[in-house]
Write a protein that binds this ligand. Structure first.
Ligand code: PMP
Length: 420
């Protein structure tokens, strides 16, 4: 095996670098579900840019549209000026995403990261209600800026803030109390004026906690949460940064529960091609921003508007993508379920095309990921103790690719078990 030349990363790039440590090679090209390193070794990508590449790497339909746009000298950086690309995107969001689902939202372009969309959502909820506190959930992940960190669970990530993270109170997520009614506590403290909990501006929730370990909230729990919020005048923010854009089957992950959140954050795959873009959707009466009140230099990534628009038109104008994702997801679920009966000490959970393989002995998850890498499969851990191997294949992965990836995963689990 050729050893990759990595000196400049080790000597010049900050110690903060992360994924390159899990996958110690130097990647050069990528296509569809595959990455190729500079030595020509191919890796099947079941991480998909942490959910930013739902349509695969260098998707040819999106690439064509992007090249044509650039060759035509289309606007690349547009602040938040009105552009043809933005008009096309907004019209497509309206016609492909909102109207067919009976959803009414205004669309905000924050800075192009998930964390910035979360910051905007929290600021807006506070502005609208005049309240300061937010309720979040155990094991939540919402990003690395201070506001987003304040509603994130992970202690190590929180510690990086360097200042107290305040104005957020964690509540137990669905399943956190092993079968007890997790919402009972929240209901009780909200309704008791002596509980010590200030009335919150908003609740922020992921329908499936991606970073938190692929914890799946049941549809009935999400409905009960939405009812609880609306009955008390608390805004409901669904952070769909990782689980939106079709990851769980339907375009919006909350569709399974039939709820209508007040505010929705989107990023990762909304730009389609892996180009940065983020959106905040808010019910029209909640659009109480003043002009420029949440601005930012890179809100107008028009190249991402083009690939985002073409992705929506191409993949979401009918329900094929959703059905296909559910079918492929079911196949993954069945395979993982078989694995859990063949091997001791593992379990599985997931929805659509996000699945977790959960190891009773947490350290085994990282070992499986390392061996999978050696065998040519990219998967990463998640969860509070990194006990979960998380599978996020591109939604466009073929049946063959899914079978191939699951085969490598099974082999990696076997190797870890045999070494035990
Ligand atoms: N919210 C959720 C649910 C996420 O999964 C992430 C990223 N993993 C973020 C927010 C933050 O997104 P970004 O890394 O683009 O800031």
């Amino acid at each position: 095996m050729t050893v990759a030349e990595t000196t400049v990363f080790e000597t010049l790039e900050s110690n903060v670098r992360g994924y390159c440590r899990s996958w110690p090679t130097v990647f050069e090209t990528a296509r569809g579900s595959w990455l190729t390193d500079e030595n020509g070794k191919e890796y099947l990508d079941f991480f998909a840019g942490a959910g930013s590449l739902n349509y695969g790497h260098n998707n040819p339909v999106l690439k064509r549209a992007l090249i044509d746009y650039l060759m035509n000298d289309g606007i690349t950086h547009g602040l938040d000026m009105s552009t043809v690309a933005k008009r096309r995107l907004l019209e497509t969001i309206r016609d492909v995403l909102l109207v067919p689902r009976g959803l009414e939202y205004k669309v905000q372009f924050p800075g192009p990261t998930g964390a910035n969309a979360v910051e905007a959502a929290l600021k807006l909820a506070r502005k609208i209600t005049g309240r300061t506190s937010i309720l979040n959930f155990t094991n939540a992940f919402h990003g690395m800026t201070l506001g987003a960190l304040s509603v994130t669970g992970n202690a190590a990530k929180r510690a990086g803030a360097g200042v107290p993270l305040v104005h957020a109170t964690p509540m137990p997520y669905d399943g956190y109390l092993d079968g007890l009614d997790e919402l009972a506590w929240m209901r009780r403290v909200l309704d008791d004026s002596s509980s010590g909990l200030d009335k919150p501006a908003a609740v922020i929730v992921e329908t499936v906690q991606g970073e938190g370990g692929v914890n799946v909230a049941r549809a009935e729990w999400l409905r009960a949460l939405a009812d609880l919020c609306s009955a008390r005048g608390i805004l409901l923010i669904v952070d769909d940064v990782q689980m939106g854009c079709g990851r769980t089957g339907p375009f919006f992950s909350f569709e399974v529960a039939g709820i209508n959140p007040d505010i929705v954050t989107l990023s990762k795959s909304i730009g389609g091609y892996g180009l940065p873009m983020a959106l905040v959707l808010m019910k029209p009466d909640l659009d109480q921003w003043s002009p420029g009140e949440h601005n930012g230099t890179f809100r107008g990534n028009n190249a991402a508007f083009i690939t985002g628009e073409v992705a929506l038109t191409h993949y979401w104008s009918d329900n094929r993508m959703e059905l296909d994702t559910l079918a492929k997801g079911e196949r993954i679920r069945q395979h993982l379920t078989t694995l859990t009966t063949d091997f001791q000490g593992i379990s599985t959970r997931g929805r659509g095309m996000v699945h977790g393989l959960v190891f009773d002995e947490a350290s085994q998850a990282a070992k499986v990921c390392r061996i999978a890498f050696e065998l040519g499969l990219l998967v990463e851990t998640s969860g509070s103790t990194d006990e979960v191997v998380k599978l996020l294949p591109p939604l466009t992965a073929t049946e063959d690719e899914i079978g191939h990836g699951l085969g490598i995963l099974t082999r990696a689990v076997e190797i870890v078990r045999d070494a035990h």
